[in-house]
Design a protein around this ligand. Structure first.
Ligand SMILES: Cc1ncc(COP(=O)(O)O)c(C=O)c1O
Length: 371
């Protein structure tokens, strides 16, 4: 039969009809920028994430850039970030004119390592830091990262592109962040019908600056207090996200159920499947396993033969990307990030998978391991 790595076309009954009706109505009114849908979405995001301010923007990369700019990061500033992340985190630092320094990964939760981060702070004396909540959970030391940064007066930006819906210590992971960001790229846990992103904060000054920067630095329609750019989320995307939020609890539950099933069954098969730290409820964004390199290649061949989709998120750490050479100013820790990128394998996981699909994937792994 075969199972795709991801299928984002499995909509709830009636969802597409409601969306098409919305597009027609908004098109008739030429309601394309700002307006009621964007306002409603920002309200919904504040409520859902238990934060005071949600500012929507064009994509998750812009959200990081807006957050960095709003906390005053620019040319010549030093920023720490994890060596294991999606390239956009690195790009955002460079694009605001700052210098990136990467920190190695903890082998237990696959997030930035706290001890290496502490060491990097002492050596670099950074102007800001970014932590990334990767794979649908976050660091088991997140509280310590936040406290240390507060103590050292280092503004901490939390790249939560993959962590929409994650619960940390019984609250939204975004709630107690100084400033957090997310992405609404269609394959994300809350995905739009195109690109989108948001910045979350409880700080009114940061919120105000993010909003202005994302709209040409406007203070009035033709008054520009800052040099920003156009990073507005368009109204159609906002409408799609508002409709999606109505179904979000079921989508989340479906992901979480299959994420858990993989963890239980793969563990029984002796696979090194990564389980979120105990104070998290993951959002089921990703299934993550580590296979020694030669075994991973053999398994990938088997999966391909059986039509099972898979991914390696991510196949290179930041410091191993060709584009990093010109900009990378420092690297802290061992080679865990590289080791992970050489052994990581992700299996199909998306909302409304069929039980039979998960079983098919597990069956192929079982046959491979028993062969
Ligand atoms: C960790 C991380 N940061 C940033 C981004 C960038 O988001 P976008 O693709 O919406 O710009 C992504 C999404 O792909 C991501 O996974």
């Amino acid at each position: 039969m075969g199972v795709p790595f991801i299928d984002i076309k499995r909509f709830e009954e009636g969802f597409l009809e409601e969306w098409i009706e919305k597009v027609q109505q908004m098109s008739k009114n030429a309601q394309f920028i700002g307006g009621a849908e964007v306002e409603q979405l920002e309200k919904n995001l504040c409520e859902y994430n238990q934060v005071k301010y949600s500012i929507t923007c064009a994509n998750g990369t812009d959200a990081i850039q807006l957050a960095l700019r709003a906390i005053g990061i620019g040319r010549g500033h030093k920023v720490l970030l994890p060596n294991s992340t999606f390239w956009a985190t690195f790009e955002a630092v460079v694009n605001v004119g700052a210098d990136p320094y990467v920190v190695d990964t903890n082998m237990q939760d696959l997030q930035m390592d706290f001890e290496e981060f502490q060491n990097a702070i002492e050596q670099v004396k950074p102007n800001a830091a970014i932590i990334v909540h990767l794979y649908g959970w976050g660091s088991h030391r997140l509280y310590d990262f936040r406290e240390l940064c507060k103590k050292k007066n280092i503004p901490l930006v939390e790249d939560g592109a993959q962590s929409f819906g994650v619960i940390y210590q019984n609250e939204s992971i975004y709630k107690n962040a100084f400033v957090a960001t997310t992405s609404f790229y269609p394959a994300k846990v809350l995905g739009a019908a195109g690109d989108g992103g948001a910045v979350f904060t409880n700080d009114s000054e940061i919120a105000d600056k993010v909003r202005k920067l994302s709209n040409h630095g406007r203070t009035l329609h033709y008054e520009h207090g800052y040099v920003g750019w156009n990073s507005r989320l368009d109204s159609l995307q906002a409408a799609y996200l508002n409709l999606s939020l109505k179904h979000f609890p079921q989508r989340l539950e479906s992901r979480q159920k299959f994420a858990k099933q993989y963890q239980v069954e793969l563990k029984k098969l002796g696979v090194n499947v990564i389980v979120p730290p105990s104070d998290y409820i993951e959002n089921g964004y990703c299934n993550v396993n580590l296979f020694p390199n030669n075994k991973r290649t053999q398994l990938e061949t088997k999966l391909k033969e059986n039509g099972i989709g898979f991914a390696n998120i991510y196949p290179r750490s930041m410091s191993d990307q060709a584009g990093a050479k010109e900009y990378l100013r420092g690297k802290f820790g061992k080679e865990n990030a590289r080791e992970i990128s050489e052994s990581v394998l992700n299996l199909p996981l998306f909302p409304y998978m069929a039980q039979s699909e998960v079983e098919e994937v597990l069956g192929v792994i079982k046959n491979f391991l028993n062969a």
